[in-house]
Design a protein around this ligand. Sequence first.
Ligand code: K1U
Ligand code: ZN
Length: 185
Amino acid sequence: MSLLDIYVLGAPILREETRPVEAVTDDIRRLVDDMFETMYAAKGIGLAAPQVGRTERLAVVDVDDNPLVVINPEIILAEGKQRGEEGCLSIPDIYGDVERAMRVVVRAQDREGKPVEIDANELLARCLQHEIDHLHGRLFIDYLGLVKRRSALAKWEKLRKGDKSHTRKILPTEAAGHHHRDEEL
Ligand code: K1U
Ligand code: ZN
């Protein structure tokens, strides 16, 4: 498995539409495995393919030690509302309050290409909406009001200190913190 570089705000791929995955091949499963490794190393709860420079319509999430792969995901039901803070591995250290549906049902394919429906609430629902947005070129900052969006972008520019690179490297040592429940002694 490999740690992948994460594309950051300003990289054109983060604003592009993804293309549907036609067949879940070993190459796709390798990408999924690398994305999980990268997400855990970066201490995220989700990661979408464009964030690692890929155009396939797929994402990984893990909320409460429940790893999920969503290939070609579609929200088939959204209900209720929740407002809460979001971050993004592609815009590190920037946070903002975003209103999302409280519950979503997502139809997708899993790692084997099998159709699945995920009925999600609260943080998992928020994370799935955030990741599915990535697959359509949308970022959480797009939902902020003008003033908060401008201040988030100003903070981002300040943090970047003129750095024009489109990717950031994730250090393997950052992975040390993550482990699954079944790995506990
Ligand atoms: O897609 C991404 O950029 C990952 C992102 C997902 C996400 C976080 C918070 C709300 C919705 C979606 C992250 O994981 S950023 C890391 C982070 O802020 C976080 C980590 C654990 C719990 C909550 C937030
Ligand atoms: Zn994100």
